[in-house]
Design a protein. Structure first.
Length: 331
């Protein structure tokens, strides 16, 4: 090889090496810069509900960790499916997340035959943030003081005891169905358009039984307007410390708890997923956040991306079975 050729070759090799080095540095810098603009958190329900409260509890603290604001965007409809589908079809860049509850993540797939998304196919889990147990309630007009007495009462009156829910296919419908399966009870489901009218009829005695989230249940229980017989978590809830669990009350292995968690579109870069997941971990270690979350009726329950994925894989068939047993369909 002639000297000029060797010189040109050396220059080319140097240029390629330099380009490669800068290319690697550019990629690293891009990842290090994430996030460099606001992050959108989509909620598939109207403002003011439990998911909205949960999001707003976390977003301010997350901004301090990530250095960018998190903007809540409401896209209600079809049990949260409209919002979830929007995020599933969004760019996989870490700037659009969905805050999912039990229904959005693992119930809707069994409830809607034409659901436009599949949780395990179309999303990558970021973090589970909370678990939300329910309380099993009866009207004060019923002559029972504990869960065993209620089971005996209902068994002696098959088909004569009604339970209310916030609507077909929701967690307040499916938890009583799971309870029926576990105890062999025959109760009649009365679906309402929301929990408020169902609660009104529970207090009035038009329905005798209901499963409801802890904050509302605890509030009305303390006022004597309903009677809380048990909570569905494995351990007692701080908001109802004198109310036993369903397991304590003699129904072996009965633990049914809803959850909240954040998902991103599939193919979101692993480095971005890791950074977001760690941000949630940091926020959920804050005593202030944990205390406020408990006051909202949710138990702080962080899981990172991989553990949350395994949790979803376990929960999905469980709720699928509950939906099929209930006969609920939303199409």
């Amino acid at each position: 090889m002639s000297k000029p050729t060797r010189t040109a070759s050396a220059v080319l090799s140097f240029a390629l090496g330099t380009f490669g080095a800068f290319g690697a540095l550019g990629t690293t810098a891009a990842l290090a810069a994430y996030p460099d603009k606001p992050i959108k958190v989509v909620i598939g329900f109207p403002a003011g509900g439990p998911l909205d409260q949960h999001a707003r509890l976390l977003t301010d603290k997350l901004q301090a960790v990530l250095g960018q604001p998190l903007i809540v965007d409401y896209k209600p409809g079809a049990g949260g499916s409209v919002g979830a589908d929007f995020v599933a079809k969004s760019p996989a860049d870490g700037y659009t997340l969905v805050l999912a509850n039990t229904g959005v993540a693992v119930i809707n797939g069994a409830l809607y035959s034409k659901l436009p998304y599949n949780t395990q196919r179309d999303f990558v889990p970021i973090a589970r943030t909370a678990m939300q147990p329910l309380a099993l309630l009866v009207t004060p007009k019923l002559p029972v003081q504990n869960l065993k007495q209620f089971i005996d009462y209902a068994k002696a009156r098959p088909g004569q005891v009604n339970y209310g829910s916030a609507g077909n296919g929701g967690i307040s419908h499916l938890v009583p169905e799971m309870f029926k399966t576990a105890t062999g009870l025959f109760m009649v489901h009365i679906p309402y358009r929301g929990s408020a009218p169902a609660f009104t009829d529970l207090m009035g005695g038009q329905v005798q039984f209901m499963a409801e989230s802890i904050p509302q249940a605890a509030n009305y229980h303390k006022q004597g307007k309903v009677r809380a017989l048990a909570v569905t978590s494995r351990e007692r809830n701080p908001a109802l410390p004198d109310v036993p669990t369903v397991i304590e009350s003699g129904v072996k292995g009965f633990e049914v708890v809803g959850f909240y968690g954040f998902l991103a579109p599939k193919d979101t870069p692993k480095d971005v997923v890791a950074k977001l997941s760690d941000a949630f971990r940091q926020v959920l270690t804050s005593p202030e956040v944990r205390e406020r979350m408990v006051s909202q009726g949710a138990d702080p329950a962080y899981l990172g991306s991989e553990d949350f994925a395994r949790f979803l894989a376990t929960e999905t068939p469980r709720w699928d079975k509950a939906v099929k047993a209930s006969g609920a369909r939303m199409d």
